[in-house]
Write a new protein. Structure first.
Lengths: 364, 301
């Protein structure tokens, strides 16, 4: 039994297709992050799970019940919003128990839940205050509390940290992570921030143009992106994608760029399909953090590239190199001194490289 | 040497700008006082005249101070002279106006709030057209609808009655009240409504429990606006009512224009002030919120 299952879901606003045939499953207790650029449909998908938006095609199941036409309040879900959406005219206590009161819960049960949750979230001193008298972090906590008292099957978070300043965001991120570790409730979490997604999720679904590009663990998403969009979206700076062709000779498979004598041997690469590799147009993908200034592993591949640009950002520097007229970025500690305009010895960690078909942009 | 020269010239400059500033400031006050007295002048004349006897009015000038606190003309304006036919006085019409204004303000404000709520938080296909047509109501000259409205009131059997006037004012208030509430509610985050829906609140519960409690500023604005409009209305009052059912503005007109013998300026002035007092009271009591409410919608909810 899956806690949440989405089958062949499509949604359009007028003639604009927002979601196209989405399929998604979440196991009990997992933390799924919907990640993508703005306008990719992730918030719409969350609103559909909540029951706040209608569906054009497909179905949503919660615990194997088809809830596609069920009212939000009967779906056994709770939602935390970006603007917190605390009721301005009610104090913290009234905010938290509003849902329970609507559900005609007994007074004793309401009181018990309120005490438990407010202690747990350390808002028990704030119960009489109005939302306008709370700080950003406190509001966020109350909003989470309002969701918690309902003891839902699934928590839905809609960019809950976007309104907080950078420092508080990191703190609240840790708190949400702790919360999930303690409660083990299933979570669906929408964000456009890849750091949030990576640190919180047990699973990440990356979306673009209403399609799920990859749904995997954070490690798989980072190490084995399924297409160039995912490769480019995750990581900062994003993965270098060098355009070139594959050449097969009697011994090896080589990656070359036309008009250049640079060649990278492709060994031990886990191809999906080993046929028809000769003369295939591909992107060779390598992350800036997998390019080194000295040999760390025996298998590292040595290559000479010209340094063009250096960006100093404190704990590290981002260097731009020229690879047959294509830019390649590398991340080094800021203590390393590299002369600009000169050929520099670099080492590529080829075990971390990815190859993508240049036409379909899919991983090969 | 150079420095001291410089600093002395700076001192001179400073002195000079000080005098200039002082002069400009006094000039500013002069202008402000001039304009203020220009605006207060008619009110002064009204109050002063209403406190004079006819004898004084004939002999003195417009600006002269009354001999004493003579409230007789106020008593006449409010309660009449006590003889039978042809004696018009404001008291019954004042109550007519109250009976008209209170329900009309209440219903138009309430309906406007509901409509604004639906147009912003329960969007439907074509809602923008509905809003556009409602806006037309703000721009249609009221003279244009007198005949169809008279016919409607006739068919409904409520012409020449306070109820008829309540209906007319409610209907023609809705475009304005809707505009006010829609512009206010559009700045209230829709996530509030979503949160309430997940919490299990329905259409009316969300309206009464979540939105209405935070609408105080815009309710004040709307009530002041509607109260002033309806209380001061003469056109609808004179068209759709006569005799006993007339509101105070119509009665005031009849009183001032129908006096057969001598023009009693003191009674006329007292009547005009009485007819204007309720709107003044509303402004004094709620004016503070009026400005706040007018601007709050534009900036933040």
């Amino acid at each position: 039994m899956k806690t949440l299952k989405i089958e062949e879901l499509s949604k359009n606003f007028g003639s604009t297709e927002v979601l196209k045939k989405i399929n998604l499953e979440i196991d009990e207790g997992n933390f799924l992050v919907l990640l993508g650029p703005s306008g990719c449909g992730k918030s719409t998908l969350l609103n559909i799970i909540a029951g706040l938006e209608t569906i054009n095609e497909g179905d949503v199941f919660i615990d194997d019940y088809n809830v596609s036409k069920v009212e939000p309040k009967d779906r056994n879900i709770a939602m935390v919003f970006q603007s917190y959406a605390l009721y301005p005219s009610m104090n913290v206590k009234e905010n938290m128990i509003f849902g329970l009161k609507q559900a005609k819960t007994s007074k004793e049960k309401i009181q018990e839940q309120l005490e438990k949750v407010s202690k747990f979230l350390q808002v028990d001193q704030l119960l009489e205050r109005k939302p306008s008298q709370l700080s950003g972090g406190q509001r966020q906590r109350v909003a989470i509390g309002r969701a918690l008292v309902r003891e839902p099957r699934i928590f839905l978070f809609d960019e809950p940290l976007s309104n907080l300043d950078a420092k508080l965001r990191v703190e609240m991120r840790r708190e949400i992570k702790k919360l999930h570790q303690q409660l083990k409730t299933t979570v669906v979490y929408v964000t456009h921030d890849q750091t949030e997604a990576m640190s919180l999720g047990t699973n990440i679904a990356i979306m673009n143009h209403g399609v799920i590009q990859q749904n995997d663990t954070p490690e798989k998403i980072y190490n084995k992106p399924s297409n160039t969009f995912v490769a480019d979206f995750i990581g900062s700076p994003s993965m270098n994608l060098i355009k070139g062709i594959l050449k097969e000779n009697s011994v090896d498979l080589l990656f070359t760029v036309s008009g250049s004598n640079l060649e990278i041997p492709i060994k031990d690469y886990d191809f999906k399909d080993k046929s028809n590799l000769n003369n295939k147009e591909v992107y060779f993908g390598i992350r800036p953090e997998h390019i080194f200034f000295k040999k760390f592993n025996e298998s590292d591949f040595e290559i000479n590239l010209r340094a063009d640009l250096s960006e100093y950002i404190g704990h590290e520097q981002i260097m731009t190199f020229d690879y047959a007229n294509q830019e390649v970025l590398a991340k080094f500690p800021s203590t390393i001194k590299i002369d600009l305009g000169k050929e520099t010895k670099l080492y590529f960690d080829l075990t971390q490289a990815s190859l993508f078909d240049a036409q379909t942009e899919e991983r090969i | 040497m150079q420095d001291s020269l410089k600093s002395s010239s700076y001192q001179q400059l400073e002195k000079k700008s000080k005098y200039t500033n002082m002069f400009l400031r006094w000039f500013l006050y002069f202008i402000l006082i001039l304009f203020a007295s220009y605006f207060i002048f008619p009110l002064y004349v009204m109050v002063v005249t209403s406190l004079k006897t006819m004898e004084e009015i004939r002999q003195g000038t417009l600006l002269s101070w009354p001999s004493g606190l003579n409230l007789e003309s106020w008593a006449v304006a409010w309660g009449g002279r006590g003889y039978g036919a042809g004696d018009t006085f404001l008291r019954p019409y004042f109550w007519n106006s109250i009976k008209m204004v209170v329900p009309a303000v209440f219903f138009s404000t309430f309906i406007g709030a509901m409509t604004g709520y639906v147009l912003t938080k329960w969007r439907f296909k074509g809602d923008q057209w509905v809003f556009l047509f409602l806006l037309f109501g703000c721009f249609i000259p009221f003279q244009a609808i007198l005949l169809p409205m008279a016919r409607t009131l006739g068919v409904l059997g409520i012409s020449n009655s306070v109820i008829g006037l309540v209906l007319v004012h409610t209907v023609y208030g809705i475009p304005f009240t809707t505009l006010f509430f829609r512009n206010y509610y559009i700045s209230v985050p829709t996530e509030l409504v979503k949160a309430a829906r997940i919490d299990g609140a329905g259409f009316f519960k969300i309206f009464f429990k979540i939105l209405l409690p935070i609408s105080a500023p815009i309710i004040v604005v709307t009530v002041i606006w509607q109260f002033t409009q309806i209380w001061n209305d003469f056109l609808f009052g004179s068209t759709f009512s006569f005799g006993e059912a007339a509101p105070i503005q119509v009665a005031l007109n009849n009183m001032v224009l129908s006096s057969t013998s001598v023009k009693e300026y003191n009674v006329d002035m007292a009547s005009a002030i009485i007819a204007g007092i309720p709107t003044l009271i509303v402004y004094v009591l709620a004016g503070k919120y009026f400005i706040r409410g007018l601007t709050s919608g534009a900036v933040k909810g």
